[in-house]
Design a protein around this ligand. Structure first.
Ligand SMILES: [Ca+2]
Ligand SMILES: [Ca+2]
Ligand SMILES: [Ca+2]
Length: 452
């Protein structure tokens, strides 16, 4: 282990201990330490000076970097600086940055914040391998945040950008190893949302792209940077829609402008991307391009079945659907999806079957009798091609045993997924076990809207 790594490990452990406010209680891992390293004591002195003014440690509400004391190589010299967050008696947030100069920790930055909470902390990459510090502030109104981005000069931290926003994503949109800052902001006059993208210009961030977002946007649920059709980088903004359901804005960067590919420019609508269920844009077929999930049927069809869970994964241009890459059946409640086999087309119908033991979906071919009854789905065993089961809860393993002929698809920390292929007449629509296994996926949870 390199010295630097060891130092970082020890310091991280000590800083953790320090910020939990129980310095007298030593964890097992620290008992073997003969004494506290001098470097740590020097850091503790700096932090104690701040604490003695009546300030307390502050932790961020959300994001990957929440700790009150964080160690990050801000200036890119391979040694971590110490970034410490506090809140004083009157509720004002402050950040101190200390750098080890070889003999002691010296303060190289200080700034005060605003807002009622420290919402998140992130570190945008700057041009030369150094980093800025982006502090996000919460307000009483939970849908608006403020962000101050700090850089460093010889004397102190300075503000590179200060904005209000609804949702943000920090990431590199042009592969120059410098992060751009993308914000979804609401116009307080019109109520419309737009995307504002800031890029580093000299030692400040400047607004470089603006794009109107769809009129249906109610609240952003996920933002990601991905590759859109024809290789352009784009911002994929998935949102809940004002009339219910979900929509996506795909803001594509051409190098000189930002174009919203999903927006109908005449009406401002993004309804071409609408789906009833909460599923985010993704590279569904693994070809490197991100697709947008769209409801294949805008309403539950008169012929029955759970068609709202059927999605087409598409690319867009000029507000029009351009190409379909894949179709899926998404059971978001049970956390799985199934790539819809091409040969099933619209011949096969999905039907949810929930019992006390499991939530299941059967894929079946409606028979003439079903259609004529007018009641939709009856006697599924006659034409069922496949049933996928989700068992959850503490007794899930026992519940699986209650069924015969089930095969395990996947077991996660909380669910067991199984399937059955009922015996039946030979049909070209039937799937092999290999096809079932290849088409089944557990939905990956993505909790972080804001990230590094
Ligand atoms: Ca450094
Ligand atoms: Ca960049
Ligand atoms: Ca793809």
């Amino acid at each position: 282990m390199k010295n630097g790594k060891l130092k970082k490990l020890i310091l991280t452990a000590l800083v953790l201990l320090l910020t939990t406010g129980c310095a007298a209680v030593y964890g097992d891992g620290l008992l073997s330490l003969p004494k506290l390293p001098g470097e740590y004591l020097q850091l503790q002195n700096r932090l104690d000076e701040v604490l003695s003014s009546g300030a307390v440690y502050a932790v961020a509400e959300t994001g990957a970097d929440r700790q009150a004391v964080q160690m990050v190589d801000i200036d890119g010299d391979s040694d971590d600086e110490v970034i410490a967050f506090f809140r004083n008696a009157s509720g004002v947030y402050s950040v101190y940055v200390f750098k080890y100069d070889g003999s002691d920790y010296v303060q190289i930055g200080y700034a005060e914040g605003y807002g009622t909470s420290l919402h998140s902390v992130s570190y945008p990459m700057l041009a030369d391998g150094s980093m800025a510090i982006a502090l996000s502030w919460g307000f009483d109104e939970a849908t608006t945040f403020g962000m101050t981005v700090f850089g460093f000069n010889e004397n102190n931290m300075y503000s590179m950008l200060d904005v209000r926003y609804s949702s943000t994503l920090i990431g590199d949109i042009n592969n120059d190893l410098t992060d751009e800052l993308s914000f979804v902001v609401r116009d307080s006059m019109t109520g419309r949302y737009k995307a504002n993208i800031y890029a580093l210009k000299g030692d400040m961030y400047s607004l470089v792209y603006e794009a109107e977002l769809c009129i249906e946007l109610k609240s952003v649920s996920n933002m990601r940077i991905g590759t859109a059709e024809r290789g352009f980088t784009a911002l994929f903004i998935d949102s809940s829609a004002s009339g219910g359901g979900y929509v996506t804005d795909v803001v594509r960067f051409t190098g000189t402008t930002a174009v919203n590919d999903t927006l109908d420019s005449a009406s401002g609508s993004g309804m071409a991307t609408w789906r009833q269920i909460s599923v985010s844009s993704a590279d569904i077929d693994g070809d490197g391009y991100v697709e947008v999930p769209v409801s294949r049927h805008t309403e539950a069809s008169a012929i029955g079945g759970d068609l709202r869970y059927r999605l087409s994964w598409c690319s867009f241009r000029d507000g029009q659907m351009m190409g379909k890459k894949a179709e899926t059946f998404h059971d978001t409640a049970s956390g799985w999806y199934f790539v819809w086999p091409d040969k099933w087309r619209d011949t096969v119908m999905p039907q949810s079957i929930n019992t006390v033991y499991s939530s299941a979906v059967s894929f079946y071919v409606p028979t003439l009798a079903n259609n004529q009854s007018g009641n939709g789905y009856e006697e599924p065993e006659h034409a069922t091609l496949l049933t996928i089961y989700c068992f959850s809860g503490d007794n899930r393993a026992e519940y699986v045993q209650l069924y015969s002929n089930l095969k395990i698809l996947r077991a996660t920390a909380k669910e067991i997924y199984c399937y059955s292929i009922p015996d039946g007449e030979a049909s070209p629509l039937r799937l092999t076990e290999e096809e079932v296994l290849r088409s089944f996926y557990v939905i990956e949870k993505n909790w972080l809207v804001e990230g590094r």
